[in-house]
Ligand binder design. Structure first.
Ligand SMILES: O=P(O)(O)O[C@H]1O[C@H](CO)[C@@H](O)[C@H]1O
Ligand SMILES: O=c1cc[nH]c(=O)[nH]1
Length: 236
């Protein structure tokens, strides 16, 4: 069966899917961490792989960048391919002073300026929240793997380059940990499809200090986050 954006058969995807924005990160995760990964989607270069870990099936597929893109892929996976859990494994810009490059964050809520959020239930400011079970499993997995993980609210922005110092300052004052571009939409789709979602992020930039990882460091920084994501994805 194919949808407009995924050319795969029923059963090609595991019930649990890891979802980075970057197709290259999807390929690296599959090749580094899955047993016998096989390519199950490459429409528009959005690479998707399915393999096993410890005998359990698991998939990884890219989302592309931004709320519209992840909304399309998450909706099609949940609605047409039997997927029940999506764990975003993304990169983010740190907003709080104490965060360092390479730190891992679990998004317990996602604020957003996306028009998509306002259009989903007109007149309502939705709460964009992860699956409690997945968040709990991730917290436990991080403790077991000794991965230092901050849990808190993040900001899913429609903009990467527009500078809004007052908005950033207000979000920081409200405890927002970091900015990225997809999680609010993922959490909204999961709610609409009665499925599970969670976002884990690795800090690749620090907004206040102007620090940033190199492109190569961005590609290589997925291991701690993926270890936690896989444990949560395969939890009961
Ligand atoms: O690294 P990914 O998962 O793509 O996440 C972040 O990186 C992209 C911007 O560079 C946006 O998609 C943002 O959410
Ligand atoms: O959306 C993003 C992702 C990484 N770093 C940022 O500053 N923003």
């Amino acid at each position: 069966m194919s949808t407009p954006h995924i050319d795969a058969d029923p059963g090609d995807f595991a019930p649990a899917v890891l979802m980075p924005g970057d197709p290259r990160r999807a390929q690296l995760i599959a090749e580094a961490l899955f047993d016998e990964p096989r390519l199950v989607n490459d429409v528009r270069g959005i690479l998707g792989y399915t393999g096993t870990i410890g005998g359990q099936p698991i998939s990884v597929m890219a989302s592309g960048m931004g709320c519209p893109s992840i909304t399309i892929y998450a909706t099609e996976l949940y609605r047409f391919f039997g997927v029940r859990r999506i764990i975003r494994v993304g990169t983010a810009g740190a907003m709080q002073e104490a965060l360092q490059l390479g730190d891992v964050i679990a998004a317990s809520a996602a604020h957003t300026d996306s028009a998509m959020a306002q259009a989903r239930i007109p007149g309502v400011s939705m709460s964009h929240a992860p699956s409690f079970n997945l968040l709990l499993a991730a917290v436990e997995a991080a403790a077991t793997a000794e991965v230092k993980m901050q849990v808190g609210p993040i900001f899913s922005s429609d903009h990467f380059y527009v500078s809004r110092p007052e908005t950033a300052a207000a979000l920081i004052a409200h405890g927002t940990l970091a900015v990225e571009m997809e999680s609010a939409a993922l959490y909204a789709v999961a709610a609409a499809e009665r499925a599970e979602a969670l976002t884990l992020l690795t800090v690749t930039d620090h907004l206040g200090r102007g620090e940033r990882m190199t492109p190569k460091q961005r590609e290589d920084c997925f291991l701690d986050m993926s270890t936690v994501a896989i444990a949560a994805a395969l939890s009961r």
